[in-house]
Write a protein that binds this ligand. Structure first.
Ligand code: AMP
Ligand code: TRP
Length: 329
């Protein structure tokens, strides 16, 4: 039987934080042995926010080294840069003609970004989900590992695929999310009611490749709640609840067990131990990253090979799509 196809993407916007890792990347690593995986550094998506050409270039290579350091194996998966396959943008156009503007306007991410960038809400922010749908559908992917924040975009992708299939004939399978419950939404360290995100600012996220000293400092400063018990209570203690979920992810233990271990102990001690667990959990990857980060030519070679493999499938599929739509005369 043919292996099912997996697709996911990450924007090259700098650091990789705990939310990216536990929400999505950890699933990438788990899926790479079982499925036919396409993983993409989505640099065209990153352009929807202000980013300089030089940092986009630099972050594309850096994000690739992060992924390799975490254990993604380019011999098993197709690891490539989105803009290397121009069919993504061609398909974005073709899908845009079956996407109602109203659907795009009600996307939560768009509404949030529109507020954030009041003066210049570029059309790219609105069309972002169509580009994401084209990433997925170009490879006819069926399983999509993402964090909870991307579920709405994935639901829209299914709707776009349905509409395309209805108008032009059965072409795309309907993709499903692969979610890891506990990690699907890691919250900000400074405002635990918001999701962890780089765009909120330094104190909100924890970069998994940050210096150990920085990790200790950020966890020590993480907002906790009044009271002093280490107890999971999402409503009354969202800060501690978030840290307990993180603890349980890096330690592979149930939250109940962790609560028991910390009975009678205070926040400071809990945070100190948590910081060390996080540092340990990522220490091997961190070492690999430090050894790899200046080997730009090797990284470019890996991406070139990824491009070759992605192109093979993408080209075959775009030919079929062009024909269905009536572009072949
Ligand atoms: P991005 O950096 O926006 O390209 O996100 C890469 C992946 O990380 C996507 O699958 C997101 O859904 C996931 N992600 C981003 N932030 C979080 C978060 N706070 N918790 C869980 N997953 C997240
Ligand atoms: N929009 C996703 C994010 O910001 C990244 C992304 C782009 C993606 N294309 C994708 C994720 C395709 C899954 C599948 O998190």
């Amino acid at each position: 039987m043919e292996k099912k196809i997996v697709f996911s993407g990450i924007q090259p916007t700098g650091e990789i934080h705990l939310g990216n890792y536990f929400g999505s990347l950890k699933q990438w690593l788990d899926l790479q042995d079982k499925y036919f995986c396409f993983f993409s550094i989505v640099n065209l998506h990153a352009l929807t926010e202000p980013i300089s050409p030089s940092s986009l270039e630099e972050n594309t290579l850096k994000t690739t080294s992060y992924l390799l350091s975490l254990g993604l194996n380019p011999k098993k998966v197709v690891l490539f840069v989105q803009s290397d396959i121009p069919y993504h943008t061609e398909l974005t156009w073709l899908l845009s003609v079956v996407t109602p503007v109203g659907d795009l306007l009600r996307m939560t991410q768009f509404k949030d970004k529109a507020k954030q960038f009041k003066e210049t809400v570029n059309a790219g922010l609105l069309n972002y989900p169509i580009l994401m749908a084209s990433d997925i559908l170009l490879y006819k992917a069926e399983y999509i590992p993402v964090g909870k924040d991307q579920l709405q975009h994935l639901e829209l992708t299914r709707e776009i695929a349905r509409r395309f299939n209805r108008r032009f004939g059965q072409t795309f399978p309907l993709p499903k999310a692969v979610l890891e419950e506990r990690g699907a939404k890691i919250m900000s360290l400074a405002e635990p009611k918001k999701k962890m995100s780089k765009s909120l600012g330094e104190e909100h996220y924890l970069g998994i490749f940050e210096e150990p000293e920085k990790i200790r400092e950020k966890i020590a400063k993480a907002v906790t709640d009044s009271g002093k018990e280490i107890k999971y209570d999402q409503e009354k203690k969202p800060g501690i609840a978030n840290l307990l979920r993180i603890y349980s992810l890096v330690e592979g233990k149930e939250i109940k067990e962790i609560e028991k271990e910390f009975q009678g102990k205070g926040y400071a001690e809990f945070k100190k131990i948590l910081a060390e667990k996080i540092i340990d959990y990522f220490s091997q990857s961190r070492e690999k990253f430090l050894a790899m980060k200046d080997k730009k030519e090797e990284i470019r070679e890996i991406l070139k090979e990824g491009r070759r493999k992605a192109e093979e499938i993408a080209q075959k599929n775009i030919e079929e799509i062009r024909q269905k739509v009536g572009l072949k005369y």
